[in-house]
Design a protein around this ligand. Sequence first.
Ligand code: AMP
Length: 191
Amino acid sequence: MIGIIFGPPGSGKGTQAARIEKEFRLKHLSTGEILRAEVASGSPIGKEAGRIMAAGDLVPDELIVDIVRGRLPEAETGAGVLLDGFPRTVRQAQALDAMLADEGHTLDFVIALDVPEAELVERLLHRARVEGRADDTRQAIAERMHEYHKLTEAVLDHYSRQGVPVKRVDGLGSPEEVFGRIRRAIGISSV
Ligand code: AMP
């Protein structure tokens, strides 16, 4: 099974991905987490990505596609893969389509979390106080929202046009409530 958890910054992708990973035994692949690990290690990729991430911009498509290409085969050896934070542009989606086609795989589901923007900003500012993530400043949050609307939303149309089941899920409420909705949505897509 190969699925994507999709949504704007602060919509709860990471929280829900951890639950989906456990329940459906999927390997969680978060490009944001991979990049943060690169930044922490001080690698050349981390140095390049760190500046871009702190400003709230997207790292170049080629860089992120290479990272996913390197990680996907290993992740695919288990029951399946849950992609989180990728693809974020139509070019990334096309690259993923080609990677999956090479393996004879197709996407099983896209879960798109819907959360109003005012709530997203509240959540991210709260996370800034609790976790201290470098890109949870007001300015970087505004830029990430801008990038999401400008580049990332179009990925949903890309998949809808291809007939991939895109399930919009209300992301408001407790993590348990949201997960209940996701579980139903994945259950329907996978029968
Ligand atoms: P996330 O943890 O998914 O919110 O990602 C944090 C940051 O990492 C983003 O704001 C981007 O700067 C970068 N990033 C993560 N995934 C991607 C991607 N697929 N394409 C471009 N940039 C990404």
